[in-house]
Design a protein around this ligand. Sequence first.
Ligand code: SF4
Length: 316
Amino acid sequence: MAYNGDVKSARPDDPLRGCQLCPRQCRVDRQAGARGFCGAGAAARVYRHGPHYGEEPPISGTRGSGTVFFSHCTLRCCYCQNYPWSQDGRGEDRSETQLGAILEALNARGCHNWNLVSPTPWLPQIRAAAAPLIARDIRLPFVYNTSGFESIDTLDAYRDLVDVALTDLRYARPETAAKASLASEYVAVARRALTWFWNELGRLQTDDDGIARRGTICRLLVLPGHADEAIDNLAWIARHIGTELHISVMSQYTPVHLALRRDGWNRPVSQAEYRRVTDAAEAMGFDNGWIQPYQAAASGEWLGCEMPAGEGAVGQ
Ligand code: SF4
């Protein structure tokens, strides 16, 4: 699927008719049953939802992040630990009323926020689902939890669904992004998206209890054999955003899915590779954020591949 960049013209009134929600710009009519690269249809598809305790501390807090894992991702990462729903489409279709009920239940359970994981193909449905709640004064901060593969036009159009950005920078070389995620444009696209988040939201702001209210967190998942790209991205952030950005450096890469059969991707990150990245972050002066302790791979529990669909807490 080719990328056509951000096209402002010829957008239909209904974004699902001629879908251009992400940079792939498939222009398929999802209302008529057509499917683009991500495979998303007309009804929002949800794999799992519940309070999540495995995010960064200001997101999870003490009562959990009200997380909704959406099916059908706009990337296709060979190592995706969520591939049963992100790529294979596992999940249940939810009407706007049902999705609204999920958001309301997360609020009623005391979650700190509405954490939308891979929301891009579903933004119109999410907005429609949340609107009646917001009209009743039920409103949690939206955490926009994304790979970073975002169209600026879409971010502009759905600015109301973005209070806290939890966004990735995965690669610094287009050829790596093409090979690992079928997205050669990822580097330019994700850096542009991070810049948008930073300009719109600024640095992370928390309340008196340390819970995120607004702002930007950038995740850097260190990939085996590609520590240099994480360091390049840190240098890019230092140059173009600033070292006051909250970063989250992650060691949890786990070879699953297609990565199990790919040379170079079929091993965890080594401690030495990870150390190079964390040392670089320190040397560049990043003071805000989190550095995950080194772990050779995520635990099976964290992967969530065997979690049943439907309601339930995750990451506990
Ligand atoms: S959200 Fe899905 S259908 Fe729409 S442009 Fe992106 S990949 Fe294509």
